[in-house]
Design a protein around this ligand. Structure first.
Ligand code: PGA
Length: 256
């Protein structure tokens, strides 16, 4: 269970799925179920081409809307890339950084992560910085080492006062889109390690504020169990966020 200093955070990562009208339908449904958003924070990460429309429909509700990636420069010759200020301009208030598909399919190196996270923070976007080990790394007992290396990279330019704006998502690569969820014990152990790392890097106070959320085959029937674990402050949901009948029950997981 998340500490009371951290609001539970449920985020849907739509990846390169849904068409424009389905995105907008989903936003309307989510919006109608959110209430005042006081007890949990909910956001969707939509394809950047639809962000302006999605944020227009989300307006007036506490639903957060984010991009799935950004480039850290302000402008220039970076064909195909999107700058933090561009995401802001179309109404996004947050962004994913270092998602496992960016790292593994598009080979984004650790060296970019600190600058991406900083660019997001400097432009008032709330970053979710994603980390996670592959199955080979887990089998080789390298999980902690790999995640600490990724944290070192992403937090390179993060300061203690940024703690309330940055979220870490622990997403074991072997659990993403595979139907195989980490056990609550596996996830909780890594979340604990991440919080300890943050305490060492940014101090105890910051580590109590920074949210660490879990992603990887989250479903309506495992959301409550995961959210009951100490140090799991939220969920980053891929496949199950694409339909209201699976995403709404996750958003409305019963905290008791
Ligand atoms: P999944 O994706 O829920 O489909 O496993 C999670 C993610 O990639 O963020």
């Amino acid at each position: 269970m998340t500490h009371k200093s951290r609001k539970p955070y449920i985020a849907g990562n739509w990846k390169m799925n849904l068409d424009r009208s389905k995105c907008l339908d989903m936003v309307k449904i989510i919006k109608s179920r959110l209430g005042d958003g006081n007890d949990r924070e909910v956001a969707v990460f939509a394809p950047s081409i639809y962000l302006a429309d999605v944020t227009a429909v989300a307006q007036g509700s506490p639903l957060g809307v984010g991009g799935q990636n950004l480039w850290y420069e302000e402008n220039g010759a970076f064909t195909g890339e999107v700058a933090a200020r561009m995401l802001r301009e179309v109404g996004a208030d947050r962004v994913l950084v270092g998602h496992s598909e960016r790292r593994h399919v598009f080979h984004e190196p650790d060296e970019w992560m600190g600058r991406k996270v900083r660019a997001a923070l400097d432009r008032d976007l709330l970053p979710i910085y994603c980390v996670g080990e592959t199955i080979e790394e887990r089998r080789g007992n390298r999980t902690d080492r790999v995640i600490k290396r990724q944290l070192d990279a992403g937090f390179e330019k993060v300061r203690p006062e940024d703690a309330h704006r940055i979220t870490v998502a622990y997403e074991p690569v072997w659990a993403i889109g595979t139907g195989e969820t980490a056990t609550v014990e596996q996830a909780a152990a890594v979340h604990k390690m991440i919080r300890k790392w943050i305490a060492q890097r940014l101090g105890d106070e910051a580590s109590q504020i920074t949210r660490v959320i879990y992603g990887g085959s989250v479903k309506p029937d495992n959301a409550k169990q995961l959210m009951a674990a100490e140090d799991i402050d939220g969920l980053l949901v891929g496949g199950a966020s694409l339909q209201a009948d699976t995403f709404i029950p996750i958003i409305e997981y019963d905290a008791r």
